[in-house]
Design a protein around this ligand. Structure first.
Ligand SMILES: O=C(O)CCC(=O)C(=O)O
Ligand SMILES: [Fe+2]
Length: 332
């Protein structure tokens, strides 16, 4: 029972209309983020009727929890894939792909970013970085485990949009998506009930709790009732503090893996993920770190911005393991 991803190949007319709409976005995403996001909202209102209604249906959860658009208009030339970590680039240069990505993303919600990640930029580049090779992060190269984006933070995105700029030349890197409601049907009622209990933690050296002699984050439930069906916050890195919790978590992991499908993001492919109803990840691959590696760009959307605006804190950061932050060269 695999997750179904709705795929829509843009017609030449829709692609041309998207180019016209994206022309409204003239601000630099990395230096004029607020103006960029406002212009993206305007552009999102100018998409052609067919594309707009597909996106609106997706945003209203009428259909699949992931939507793949193919044939997005792309610039004819792309720079080499950068070598330095995106969050450390002092001065990211626009590639020209950002307006199209943002025009589609902004149809689903308000574009936002995390203050502590990716230089707080509203468009984030993801490509392999040699020093992150074995790190559990989007710029790593080992399996990126199935996860809800920014799970357990105060502001997990409602949607994410991943745009392929340059595919992995070896074809190994594939984005994984698993539908949560579908995976939950594979669990027993007891298993589902257990996921609603505060039994789940991340191991970390900086957590407020101690379980069997090891520091962890505070125990939380991972399954909740959202207004529009059950909402799961999940990462394969979670562990449980009871035997019941552990077996429910193991069953959930197996169910998500059974449901997961993989997608190659070729240039001009845009994958939209409903972060409350699907988890995502990426297969392992072998980057060459030669300027020709895989490169994707991402925007995150909230249906409604918090009072503080488009740049929100990662309220979980204080509990990330020290080694992890060091490996990413973030302040611990
Ligand atoms: O590289 C991918 O396909 C997924 C990356 C990812 O999980 C993210 O950017 O949030
Ligand atoms: Fe992610």
């Amino acid at each position: 029972m695999r997750t179904s991803i709705t795929t829509l190949q843009l017609s030449p007319h829709t692609a041309a209309q998207l180019v016209m709409a994206a022309r409204q976005i003239t601000a630099d995403p990395y230096r004029e983020g607020d103006v960029f996001a406002e212009q993206a909202r305007t552009a999102a209102g100018l998409l052609d009727h067919g594309l707009a209604s597909v996106l609106d249906r997706f945003a209203n959860r009428q259909g699949a929890s992931a939507l793949l658009l193919t044939g997005l208009p792309m610039p004819s030339r792309l720079p080499r894939t950068p070598a330095a970590g995106f969050h450390r680039l002092p001065d990211p240069q626009p590639t020209g792909t950002e307006p199209v990505l943002a025009a589609v993303g902004a149809r689903l919600g308000e574009i936002f970013a995390y203050r502590e990640w990716d230089g707080a930029h509203l468009v984030q580049s993801r490509y392999p970085v040699a020093s992150h090779h074995n790190v559990q992060t989007a710029s790593g190269a080992t399996d990126l485990v199935l996860h809800t984006e920014a799970c357990f933070t105060a502001y997990p995105p409602d949607y994410l949009a991943l745009l392929g700029l340059r595919p992995d030349p070896t074809g190994q890197a594939r984005t994984l998506v698993a539908d949560i409601p579908q995976a939950l049907t594979l669990l027993t009622p007891t298993g589902r009930r257990t996921l609603r209990e505060p039994l789940f933690v991340f191991p970390t050296d900086r957590g407020p709790h101690v379980h069997e002699g090891r520091h962890t984050t505070a125990p939380v439930a991972i399954l909740h009732d959202g207004g529009r069906g059950p909402v799961l916050e999940y990462s394969t890195l979670l562990t449980a503090i009871s035997a019941d919790g552990a077996s429910a978590l193991a069953a959930l992991e197996e169910a998500l893996n059974r449901c997961a499908v993989s997608v190659t993001l070729n240039a001009g492919d845009l994958l939209l993920v409903d972060n409350r109803h699907a988890v995502h990840g990426r297969t392992a691959f072998r980057p060459a770190y030669d300027g020709a590696d895989r490169w994707i760009q991402r925007v995150l959307m909230l249906r409604q911005l918090p009072a503080g605006g488009r740049v929100v804190p990662d309220t979980r950061l204080a509990h990330y393991p020290t080694d992890y932050l060091k490996a990413l060269a973030l302040p611990a």
